[in-house]
Design a binder for this molecule. Structure first.
Ligand code: ZN
Length: 279
């Protein structure tokens, strides 16, 4: 995404339905076009919760947005597709506890966005242009934000066997996202699934909506040999949508996940968008 973008919304309303990965519960999401300045807003019953870093209430396995008693889980794949397509203003009406997992990727969201189209709202989108490098570390996890003229993500994933280490350098725009990132699926280990289910997570998980690895390797055909790191970039973009602004920077991410991304977006948003705190 080179240069400054304008605010964008969808050209018309669309509806998505399906079960949630963690809850196993059926949910419906209605996306409605919004006027410039609305932001991405989750409508959860009477509660309207902006999709911004300060409204993240949990980051264990998935990113959860909420306020008071209202919350919605696993927002990152939908937000990832919206962010890649530059959608900055949208009403996201959710009936259910969790955004539908669909096939575990953002492929269907992208197909729907391409089908309805996005509309330029004629006003510049708020954009974070870092003036210096910022470093965020948590043990062996790392995110570095560097000044750059476009959003570029270089991600190093490193998981226990059989996944191992994977690397991808991704220069982000909608077309590349659709071709290289959107179809990469959520992944996990077969041995982990029972533990997750015992914690009340992954109740909707199956070979239809997640890429599962057993001791020998993937249990389904891979779409790319490095599908895992592609999904990590998909997740990172969904988490960075919570900046509530475009990001014009190079992001170097090493083994990072929702928890560290949430810390990064909170700090960048506080400093560059809200003008509070220093990083
Ligand atoms: Zn994911």
């Amino acid at each position: 995404m080179r240069g400054r973008m304008n605010r964008r919304t969808l050209s018309s309303e669309l509806t998505i339905a399906g079960i949630g990965l963690h809850s196993g519960v059926e949910a419906t999401v209605v996306l409605r076009p919004a006027v410039a300045g609305t932001g991405l807003v989750f409508e959860l019953g009477d509660e309207h919760v902006p999709a911004t870093a300060e409204n993240v209430v949990e980051t264990s396995r998935a990113t959860v947005i909420g306020r008071g008693a209202a919350s919605v889980s696993t927002v990152e794949h939908l937000l990832s597709a919206l962010y890649a397509f530059g959608v900055s203003d949208l009403h996201i009406n959710v009936h259910g506890p969790e955004i539908p997992v669909l096939d575990g990727s953002a492929r269907e969201y992208v197909a729907l966005l391409e089908q309805v189209g996005v509309r330029d709202l004629g006003e510049p989108a708020p954009t974070i242009v870092p003036s210096t490098a910022h470093f965020f570390a948590d043990g062996d996890r790392l995110v570095v934000i560097l000044p750059a003229d476009a959003l570029r993500i270089r991600f190093v994933a490193d998981f226990p066997a059989p996944i191992g280490a994977q690397y991808l350098d991704f220069l982000c725009d909608a077309q590349r996202y659709a071709g290289e990132i959107a179809a990469a699926r959520t992944f996990g280990y077969l041995a982990e699934v029972e533990a997750l289910k015992a914690r009340g997570l992954a109740l909707g998980g199956s070979l239809d909506n997640a890429l599962v690895f057993d001791a020998d390797g993937p249990m389904q055909p891979l779409q790319w040999p490095n599908e895992v790191v592609r999904h990590k970039i998909l997740d990172l973009l969904g988490d960075f949508a919570l900046l509530g602004a475009r990001l014009q920077a190079q992001v170097i991410a090493v083994k990072s996940g929702h928890a560290l991304h949430s810390r990064v977006t909170k700090a960048l948003r506080d400093h560059y968008v809200l003008g509070v705190g220093s990083i």
